[in-house]
Design a protein around this ligand. Structure first.
Ligand code: ZN
Length: 261
């Protein structure tokens, strides 16, 4: 099974509709992708979403999962600046009582910010992963955008929480080394230009068990992003782990799944 751990929607006003769902299923199927994880709706709330924005995006995620439970999975989008009480209640609403199975954090606050701590502790209790944005940029970074060094800080503060650091092709070789000594951190393969040798390097340094296929669709397309893995010089077994085996283990889609990578 091929699982894409990093996708979005870009639906105006986040209003669920069957057309957008059908488009996602059709395009994923064209690229041989069986299931995708919805992280948040790109057109809702910007970089510092309000409580209402967060709830609106998460409502859409839960509707997508409910409408296509064999295709869509979803993470609970949070902004730690909205307050611990709200974030924890949103985790209860969407994960414990709802149908989402992870947490997504973007660029509202840095990963070093203590306001992440209650979220990370609750994620460890629930044994669910936290997917966190990360990138190394020389220009055009968002305020409060986290680098891999900050993700490593978060991982060391919360060694019991599985973290999926986004954007291998955004953090590059240096980003891989920054989190190498943090066994609770995996990397998804999304990001910028697919530079030759980067997937192979991540597998060599981290092991294939810590690398997950992510496309960042619809910002990027499914086919090229998947080809980063299928075209890389690694073994068929390693490709199988990256394309779905690791996600199935972390998201507990199969028996015997452990908390960590
Ligand atoms: Zn993304």
């Amino acid at each position: 099974m091929v699982i894409d751990i990093h996708t979005h929607t870009s639906i105006k006003d986040a209003v669920f509709n069957q057309g957008d769902l059908a488009d996602a299923k059709r395009m994923a199927a064209h690229s041989g992708i069986d299931r995708i994880v919805h992280l948040f709706n790109l057109s809702t709330g910007g970089r510092d979403p309000s409580r209402q924005d967060v709830q609106t995006s998460n409502n859409l995620a839960m509707q997508l999962v409910a409408a296509a439970p064999d295709f869509y999975m979803g993470f609970c989008y949070l902004n730690p600046a909205n307050g611990a009480d709200f974030c924890l209640e949103e985790m209860e609403r969407c994960i414990v009582r709802g149908n989402l199975r992870g947490v997504k954090l973007w660029v509202a606050v840095h990963a070093t910010d203590k306001r992440l701590d209650p979220i990370m502790e609750r994620a460890a209790q629930l044994k669910i992963p936290v997917l966190h944005h990360s990138w190394y940029k020389g220009t055009e970074w968002a305020y409060n955008e986290s680098s891999p060094v900050e993700i490593a800080d978060l991982a060391r503060r919360h060694p019991q929480t599985t973290i999926i650091m986004a954007h291998l092709a955004g953090v590059g070789w240096r980003g891989v080394l920054d989190v190498k000594e943090c066994p609770n951190v995996c990397i998804d393969t999304s990001g910028g230009q697919p530079e030759a040798g980067l997937v192979e390097y991540a597998v060599k340094e981290l092991g294939a068990e810590r690398v997950l296929f992510g496309s960042d669709w619809p910002l990027r397309d499914f086919a090229v992003q998947k080809a980063r893995i299928t075209g890389s010089a690694i073994t068929p077994e390693q490709k199988e782990l990256i394309l779905g085996g690791n996600a199935a283990r972390i998201l507990k889609l199969q028996k015997g799944a452990g908390r960590h990578v």
